[in-house]
Write a protein that binds this ligand. Structure first.
Ligand code: PHE
Length: 377
C-alpha cells in the first residue's frame, strides 16, 4: 500500500510538472533570429540583434501579446551562407519557432529562405535588398527597399550631383547583393549618358586590391562605385588613397558600419553611400528611437539597428492581428500590413512582399557619416 501511494505521488508530481511546462510554453511565443554576430560582417548581426531586442524587450515589458511573452532564439551564422541554412533549419525543426527574423546580407537570406518557405514559416529580412530574396516564395518578406531603387538613387546622385561622366565599378562577385547593385547602378548611369569605363571584380574576404585599383587609376575616372560590405570597402579606400586615386568612392547600404572608417581612416572623406535611415533625422519617431536605444546601449543606432527594430515591430504588429499565432495566420497578417509607421519610414508590403521606402544619401567626412538628402521612390 505504501509503495502504491508513493507511486501515485510520483505520477501526480510528474503530471503536474508536465502540465506546468506545457502551460509555460503556451505563454511563450518563440521567434527565431539568424545573423552574422561574428566574422567580417559582425557589426551587421550585432546591430540588428540590438535593434530587435529593444523592440522585443519593450513589448514584453508592456505585457506581451495577449498575455504571451516573446522569446527570441538567436543563432550566429558567422557570415556564412551554409551556416545560415543550417541555422534556419535548426530554428524551425528543433526549436519550433513560429517566425524568423533575418538575415541582413542577401546571399545569406537567399540560402535560408527556401527552407523557411518549404516549412511555411514566415521569414522577415530587415535589410536584404536583392530582389531575388522575396521571389523565393509567399512566406518571405522584407521591411526595406530593393536594389533597383538603391542603384538608381546612387546613379542619379553621381550624374546630377557629382556631374560624374566616367565611373568605374568594383564589385564583389561572391555577393548577390554586390553583383545586383552593380548592375542596377550601371543601368541607370548608362541610360543617362554616363560611361562605365571599367567594371572589375574582387571576392569577399580579399585583402589586396591594388591590381584592380591600378587598372582603374589608368582610366581617369570621376568616381568609383563599390557596392560591397564595410570590411573590404575600408581596405579598398585605403589602398586607393595609397595609389594616389583622388576620385570619390560611391556605395550602398553595405557601407553602414562604424568599422568602415576605423579601417579606412580618412581615405573615404567626401565619399557617398545610400542608406535606409539617418540618425540625424528630425522625424520625431527617429529622435525618440535614438534616445531609447542610446539609453540601453550607450551609443547611436546605425541603420542596421533601426532596421532590426522595425522588422521586429512589423512582426509584433502581425502577431497582434492573429488569434492563435500560427505561422499561417502570421503570414496572412503580414501581407495585410498597410502604412505602418516605423522608425525608418512607412511600411506597406507590395505584391512582392517588399517595402517601398525612401533612401537617404550619406557623405563620409572626418570619419563621420552626415545626412545629405532623402530620395523618395
Ligand atoms: N542590403 C545589404 C544586402 O542585401 C545588406 C545591408 C543592409 C548591409 C543594410 C548594411 C546595411 O546584402
Amino acid at each position: 500500500m505504501k509503495t502504491l501511494n508513493k507511486m501515485f505521488l510520483v505520477i501526480f508530481a510528474l503530471t503536474f510538472f508536465v502540465m506546468c511546462t506545457k502551460q509555460e510554453d503556451k505563454n511563450i511565443l518563440k521567434i527565431g533570429e539568424f545573423g552574422s554576430l561574428t566574422g567580417s560582417e559582425a557589426t551587421f548581426g550585432v546591430s540588428t540583434h540590438e535593434g530587435i531586442m529593444l523592440a522585443i524587450d519593450e513589448l514584453n515589458a508592456a505585457g506581451g501579446i495577449q498575455g504571451k511573452k516573446l522569446k527570441i532564439i538567436t543563432v550566429d551564422d558567422q557570415g556564412k551562407a551554409e551556416e545560415a541554412a543550417t541555422a534556419v533549419t535548426k530554428l524551425i525543426t528543433s526549436d519550433g519557432v513560429i517566425a524568423i527574423l533575418g538575415e541582413v546580407a542577401s546571399s545569406r537570406s537567399l540560402a535560408a529562405a527556401p527552407i523557411a518557405q518549404r516549412y511555411q514559416i514566415p521569414m522577415i529580412s530587415p535589410s536584404s535588398t536583392n530582389p531575388k530574396v522575396t521571389q523565393v516564395g509567399d512566406y518571405i518578406f522584407r521591411t526595406c527597399f530593393i536594389d533597383p531603387f538603391q542603384g538608381k538613387v546612387m546613379a542619379n546622385f553621381a550624374i546630377h550631383k557629382l556631374k560624374a561622366k566616367r565611373v568605374a565599378i568594383l564589385r564583389d562577385v561572391k555577393s548577390d547583393y554586390s553583383v545586383g547593385l552593380a548592375e542596377f547602378f550601371k543601368k541607370t548611369f548608362e541610360e543617362n549618358g554616363g560611361k562605365i569605363v571599367s567594371d572589375i571584380s574582387y571576392t569577399g574576404g580579399d585583402v589586396e586590391f591594388k591590381a584592380q585599383l591600378t587598372t582603374i587609376r589608368s582610366k581617369k575616372v570621376d568616381a568609383i562605385f563599390v557596392p560591397g560590405y564595410y570590411t573590404e570597402v575600408g581596405l579598398i579606400a585605403r589602398q586607393a588613397k595609397e595609389l594616389g586615386i583622388k576620385a570619390p568612392l560611391l556605395g550602398g547600404d553595405g557601407w553602414d558600419s562604424e568599422r568602415l572608417t576605423e579601417i579606412a581612416g580618412n581615405a573615404l572623406d567626401n565619399s557617398y553611400f545610400s542608406n535606409h535611415y539617418s540618425p540625424e533625422s528630425t522625424d520625431p519617431k527617429v529622435i525618440d528611437f535614438v534616445s531609447r536605444y542610446k539609453k540601453v546601449y550607450g551609443k547611436i543606432p546605425d541603420g542596421l539597428a533601426a532596421m532590426g527594430y522595425d522588422a521586429a515591430l512589423i512582426l509584433i504588429e502581425a502577431l497582434k492581428q492573429t488569434k492563435n499565432q500560427t505561422p499561417q495566420e502570421i503570414r496572412a497578417a503580414l501581407a495585410n500590413i498597410k502604412n505602418f509607421q516605423a522608425v525608418t519610414g512607412n511600411i506597406s508590403f507590395n505584391d512582392q512582399r517588399d517595402a517601398e521606402k525612401a533612401a537617404v544619401v550619406i557623405v563620409v567626412k572626418n570619419k563621420k557619416f552626415s545626412f545629405i538628402e532623402t530620395v523618395h521612390p
